[in-house]
Design a protein around this ligand. Structure first.
Ligand code: ADP
Ligand code: ADP
Length: 225
């Protein structure tokens, strides 16, 4: 769990496009914040600034009152692409991530299996990614992200490439896992319905220049059953 403070952040790309202007945002521990807005409003740029993948041209980003100066193991970024190693099995992909995170060898397998189960992929431990559907690959990616237990989960339209039915399943799965873990999440989407379904809070952005125009507390998502 972690809190995030974005203070007076500006970001201009090399071509002078002002992607963010004077963005202020405080994300409290355990919130699920959706960044919502049309294409080009700076959602991804803001997420990358939180990840430490880009350095703001002005202002600061802090995690737990510590100014961030780059990427760190406390923040995990997930994309539309599941980004699995194709030559490693499902179990292998998770174990590799746990090794990279410094989890002792003796604990990796049990932990990997636990998270494979949480995303309902028991039975596919020894399967290679190319044998899985897009939704299943995304479930592996989610399991891997959760298994490494980052303080903050940063998600950039993670379900954007999935078909409608699979997307709904992934939203429900993420919601049910989040309801149990209450991990701090920042989730980028341009889908109003997705933002309202998943978020405890919806932050609306607008383009030219990219900025926050509304910040709405919405109800805690309720379990579906
Ligand atoms: P999406 O809307 O799916 O996020 P984009 O088309 O916004 O995709 O961006 C795709 C890639 O192109 C990203 O890596 C982004 O940083 C880059 N990109 C977007 N706009 C520009 C631009 N005006 N000039 C250069 N690169 C850009
Ligand atoms: P969103 O995620 O809301 O679609 P982005 O953060 O990707 O918005 O982009 C914000 C603005 O910055 C857009 O005008 C986009 O074209 C521009 N942009 C994004 N990436 C780049 C890049 N690598 N170089 C130049 N301009 C970019």
């Amino acid at each position: 769990r972690a809190k995030i403070a974005v203070a007076q952040v500006d970001y201009a790309y090399a071509n002078k496009v002002v992607a963010l202007r004077n963005v202020n945002l405080n994300v409290h521990s355990g919130e699920f914040v959706c960044l919502l807005g049309p294409s080009g409003c700076g959602k991804s740029t803001l997420l990358y600034a939180l990840a430490g993948q880009l350095v703001p041209t002005g202002g600061t980003v802090s995690i737990d009152d510590q100014r961030i100066r780059g990427p760190g193991p406390d923040r995990l970024l997930m994309f539309q692409e599941a980004a699995l190693f194709p030559w490693m099995t499902v179990l292998g992909n998770l174990q590799f991530a746990l090794a990279a995170r410094g989890v002792p060898r003796s604990e990796r397998k049990a932990r990997a299996l636990e998270f494979i189960q949480r995303v309902h992929l028991s039975g596919f431990e020894n399967t290679l990614p190319h044998q899985l559907s897009g939704g299943m690959k995304m479930r592996v990616s989610l399991a891997r992200a959760l298994a490494t237990d980052p303080a903050v989960l940063l998600m950039d339209e993670p379900f954007g490439a999935l078909d409608a039915q699979t997307r709904i399943h992934m939203q429900e799965l993420l919601q049910s896992i989040w309801l149990r873990t209450r991990k701090t999440v920042v989730f980028v989407t341009h889908d109003v319905h997705e933002a309202l379904m998943l978020g405890t809070r919806v932050v609306l952005m607008a383009p030219r220049p990219g900025r926050i125009v509304k910040d709405l507390e919405v109800h805690l998502p309720m379990p579906r059953s």
